[in-house]
Design a protein around this ligand. Structure first.
Ligand SMILES: [Cu+2]
Length: 400
């Protein structure tokens, strides 16, 4: 039975335009700073008929009450009793039992189905969730087995959800006015909420493309570069912890939606299986929702013999070789083939891979306080076969 301990506390995050923003959030380290998003909880289900019961203890180091909601999980209890909305003097003060400042409270739930889920504060959620009190949960099917082909799946063997690599992108948006007010004791009217920053895994572009555990982003440990090889099935998990919907789309190929809110898009009526998965160019990631998708890059129009270059050749003036002295161009339009670059030109391209965007189609969301590029934007990098390190796109079987 997995046991998780979270601390609600405060801390600071960085934005690529040099700001430091005060947040509330969760950490799994006693005495640690708040992280954005909160620690990822990964649970592998027990083989049926055994239930998968999870204990989450919450210690509240903030000076306001904090609680946890587990949307999509079943039998959520606190100290053995069903979780309840909390009232004081007849007024609703929390959607769930809460921990007062300094208290520890233990929630228990049953992870009844595989998929991607959120957890977040249910106390003043309009304030506490945008401040950063949210995180996500991955539930793996009981037969999950990494590197096993048919058993490395999102929803179980035989569900058509096999994958080779997986990436989790947790979205949110942030109004610095709210954060400043809570840091300094100022006033803030939530009805005037106006986001200036948009985050994937707690980072704004271009920090989204930096590696996990980048040293200068200690409270934003997760990047969101999607790194893959041609033909691989990549499981893209989107989770929207914000209060707005965000239209995300990857370039290259469409995604196939296989799961929504932790529900496999499949109907089983007797022996008949109806496949309800569907392909999308842009997925409108709804507030509070999660989307599990399979993405495979084939290269539009790519054919190794008749059309080996699945792209229009860039004009040489547009490949940034020259006075800037650096380029993403690898010297060749072919995946994996390199040509010599002019002297003094540095290429960021490692192995002759292709880079293209995955971003929000709502243009204000790809800025940082009005400056492009920023916000909900990251890159997909397709590496030549056999050149991408195995550790990319590998999340543990279970969190420890
Ligand atoms: Cu685009």
């Amino acid at each position: 039975m997995p046991d998780v301990h979270l601390w609600a506390t405060d801390g600071y995050i960085s934005t690529p335009d040099g700001k430091s923003i005060y947040i509330w959030g969760f950490t799994d380290q006693e005495g640690g700073s708040a992280r954005l998003p909160g620690p990822l909880i990964i649970i592998k289900q027990n083989a049926p008929p055994r239930k998968t019961t999870v204990n989450v203890s919450l210690t509240n180091n903030l000076d306001v009450p904090v609680s946890l909601l587990f949307p999509g999980q079943e039998e959520v209890r606190v100290h053995g009793r069903r979780v309840q909305p909390q009232y004081e003097n007849g007024a609703l003060v929390s959607l769930a039992n809460f921990a007062r400042p300094g208290e520890t409270i233990t929630y228990t739930f049953t992870a009844a189905g595989p998929g991607t889920f959120l957890y977040e504060s249910g106390t003043n959620p309009h304030q506490q969730v945008p401040m950063g009190l949210y995180g996500s949960i991955i539930v793996r099917p009981w037969d999950y087995e990494p590197d096993s082909g048919e058993f490395q799946t999102a929803y179980g063997a035989g569900t058509g959800t096999e994958f080779q690599r997986e990436y989790l992108l947790v979205l949110s948006e942030l109004d610095p006015g709210l954060h400043q007010a809570l840091e300094t004791g100022g006033n803030y009217d939530i009805r005037g909420f106006k986001p200036r920053y948009w985050t994937i895994n707690g980072r704004c572009a271009n920090d989204t493309m930096l590696p996990d555990h980048a040293a200068h982003l200690p409270n934003q440990p997760h990047g969101s570069m999607v790194m893959m090889e041609p033909g691989e099935r990549v499981l893209l998990r989107y989770a929207c912890a914000g209060s707005a919907n965000h239209p995300l789309h990857p370039h290259g190929n469409h995604t196939r939606l296989v799961g929504l809110d932790g529900r496999l898009l499949q109907n089983r009526i007797g022996p008949t299986i109806h496949d309800l998965s569907y392909k999308r160019f842009t997925v409108l990631v709804g507030a509070g929702q999660t989307y599990d998708q399979i993405y495979t890059w084939t290269g539009l129009g790519f054919d190794p013999v008749s059309r080996p270059i699945p792209t229009t050749l860039p004009n040489i003036r547009n490949v940034v070789i020259g006075h800037t002295g650096m380029t993403f161009w690898n010297g060749s339009p072919y995946l994996g083939e390199k040509r010599e670059l002019p002297p003094d030109v540095v290429s960021f391209n490692e192995k002759g891979e292709y880079h293209f965007m995955l971003h929000s189609h709502a243009e204000p969301e790809i800025t940082n306080w009005g400056a492009f590029p920023g916000g909900l934007m990251t890159m997909i990098a397709v590496y030549p076969e056999g050149t991408l390190d195995e550790h990319h796109g590998r999340l543990p079987v279970e969190s420890t």
